[in-house]
Design a protein around this ligand. Structure first.
Ligand code: F6R
Length: 365
């Protein structure tokens, strides 16, 4: 039931402190402050030469974000692909590594077909799924469930952040199994994961500001989303969410790609959402912000205190996130993107929970 909320989407956005706690706690031993993703998955990661990660839509953006964690923390090369491409291109699979599948429903036709391809080619399939009795869960060698609970809104929100959290757990357990996680670091990451529910609640407190910013987007014909590094997939997800529920044309780009084409789109008042919490790439993203501002673009900056301070008056609007590390921050960054899409859609009067032409579960290709 929707309870006090106008839509399931808003209810599910606000459920994220609980859905994240449910999704993280099964993988944490609180007494020893250690991460436990299961023996099968750990063993597969220990021996892996590389991995592939396959999904569709929002679940694909979760996999794409995880690629940065796997490479940087677990030193494991991960190739990501959308299932509809992967299944037909006869991909060369890792010699010893796993194929990761990410799916809320566990019934997405293309993802299931990609999984079957990997099985036939003897690649162990690890499935991150929200429905444990689904086809993808049944056919995988190991399942690492998310516990987001049933998601009713067609646009994925709480399932996405649960996927990110469980993929973070997997990346950290891979790092451990591969000997790249120091004891002190494991406790530090455990603390970061456990802080997520509280920090998501803090991020949700920006709702009134986000709602006000959303009112300035309702007449936009196009909106761009930019991000670098681990925030690039978040920019893609922000754009997908906005177009799905508000029907405004939106595109996400890697900030560094701007000069290679998309900058031609910038004109007076074009809204550009920049997903850029402070990190070692922040200054680079900031120079992209300057480039689009010089051409009249209107900047909506999603960042933390440090980033907002450094950006100064270069941002026309800011959305503040709590401080967090490289694991928690991409998960927190999803929150304002979801709220922004939601409030633009509400202001435009679209059918938020059942956007036109979309189905919750895509069981035909
Ligand atoms: C977007 C959305 C879709 C799904 C995609 C995969 O908001 O919900 O892009 O993420 O159809 O679905 P699952 O995760 O069920 O495989």
């Amino acid at each position: 039931e929707r309870g006090e909320y106008d839509h399931f989407m808003l209810k599910e956005i606000h459920e994220q402190p609980e859905s994240l706690a449910r999704s993280i706690l099964p993988y944490i031993d609180q007494a020893t402050q250690t991460i436990e993703a299961g023996d099968t998955a750990s063993q597969i990661f220990a021996d892996a030469d590389r991995a592939v990660a396959i999904a569709c839509g929002t679940a694909y953006y979760a996999a794409h974000t995880a690629k940065y964690w796997f490479e940087q923390i677990a030193k494991l090369a991960v190739e990501t692909d959308i299932a509809s491409e992967f299944r037909y291109r006869k991909p060369v699979l890792p010699v010893t590594g796993p194929a990761l599948f990410v799916s809320q429903s566990g019934e997405t036709a293309d993802t299931l077909a990609a999984l079957r391809y990997c099985r036939e080619n003897k690649s162990p399939a690890i499935a991150v799924v929200n429905v444990p009795e689904s086809s993808i869960a049944r056919e995988a060698k190991a399942i690492v469930p998310t516990h987001a609970g049933p998601e009713i809104g067609v646009a994925s929100t709480k399932a996405f952040t649960a996927q990110l959290a469980v993929l973070a757990v997997l990346a950290l357990s891979a790092a451990k199994a591969r000997g790249h996680l120091k004891t002190g670091d494991e406790a530090k990451y455990v603390k970061s994961l456990l802080s997520l529910p509280r920090k998501v609640s803090e991020a949700l407190e920006a709702q009134p500001e986000i709602k006000a910013i959303a009112q300035t987007l309702t007449k936009a014909k196009d909106v761009l989303f930019l991000g670098r590094g681990r925030y690039f997939p978040l920019a893609l997800e922000g754009a997908l969410k906005l177009k799905e529920v508000s029907y405004i044309h939106a595109e996400g780009y890697a900030a560094g790609e701007l000069k290679h084409g998309p900058i031609a789109l910038i004109e007076q008042d074009l809204p550009i959402v920049v997903v850029a919490p402070y990190d070692d790439l922040f200054e680079k993203t900031l120079s992209n912000v300057e480039e689009v501002r010089a051409r009249g673009g209107r900047i909506i900056l999603i960042s933390d205190d440090k980033g907002i301070k450094l950006a100064g008056n270069r941002a026309d609007h800011v959305i503040r996130l709590p401080d967090a590390d490289e694991i928690a921050m991409p998960i927190l960054a999803a929150i304002p993107l979801q709220l922004l899409a939601y409030f633009v859609a509400v202001a435009k009067g679209t059918d938020v929970d059942q956007p036109r032409n979309l189905a919750k579960s895509v069981t035909v290709e």
